[in-house]
Write a protein that binds this ligand. Sequence first.
Ligand code: DOR
Ligand code: ZN
Length: 345
Amino acid sequence: MKTHTLLMPLDMHIHFRDGVMLQRVAPLTSYCFSGAVVMPNLVPPVTTLEALKAYKQRIKNAIGDGGEDLDEMSVDAFEPFMTLFYKNYDRDFLESVADEIIAIKLYPDGATTNSDGGVKNFDIEVMRETLETMSELDIPLCVHGESNGFVMDREAEFMSVYETLAQNFPDLKIIMEHITTKDAVDMLDKYPNLYATITVQHLLITLDDVAGGMLAPHLFCKPIAKRPEDRDALLKVALNAHPKVMFGSDSAPHPQHAKESCGCAAGVFTAPIALQVLCELFDKHDKLDNLQSFISDNAQSIYSVCPEFKEVILEESDFVVPAKYGDVVPMYAGKTLKWSIEEVL
Ligand code: DOR
Ligand code: ZN
């Protein structure tokens, strides 16, 4: 049987939520990843040191309990990398939180789930003090890069904001989160301080999969999947282990009723299938050897993190994706994947 080992997988963009949902989803990630960058878009968003520390503790508690799907599996070696929701913070505050966070996440106001209170207009002068201090303290800025224009053009329209940020703050590490377009891929090589995460779904699907036939609510997310040429540009940099590109699932669980509804919530739940799907995809393209860079090594270099040891052994054997995890429907529910997780050490 063909196997493939991944060392210290990292998910550089995840939504763990809170309460019952947190209990349900966090163990699915901590089981097979060494760490994950936890998004702050709770209600209300995480904006204080107190809230951040309390949330981190709730995550650790949720992981400790293992969850009912994973009873006998080891959940020890996992680090939740915490983020704050971007506001204009002053220097004293940033100095006090610098050791507790891996990054600050910027949402344009209203751009996606729980992003109210985000940035309303990108006036660099208003943001300068915060962004300059972040770059001095070496706190990266993670960005949800979408304008409020036509849905298919939102990411492309945001490129000018990335350029302004990259030029004005050359020492600030800026992560273009969950990129979906060739325009964003092209930006990577234009500015040394721009990096990107890419999700599983955006390597696989286009808008046709979401809305070209019967509407597929479980594939609907923000930014929405784009054109085949965009998907192919993303695939090219991921498969070839572009050093500025990292895996970030953007796994975003919503209860089934919130997805299968006349107002479908944005978010694709991929935490329990991500490694298996990526193995299948990289293997199909004969690029399995590059998966380690995409899944961990690039992120370790970009963020200067040294994750907890974990070895995940995958094998080429069928994995039937469960119909649901609690009341959350995962991507590819009921489908058979070609790779499964054999063991986690
Ligand atoms: O589809 C999305 N869902 N995109 C985001 O940026 C946020 C996420 C969520 O929190 O549900
Ligand atoms: Zn997200």
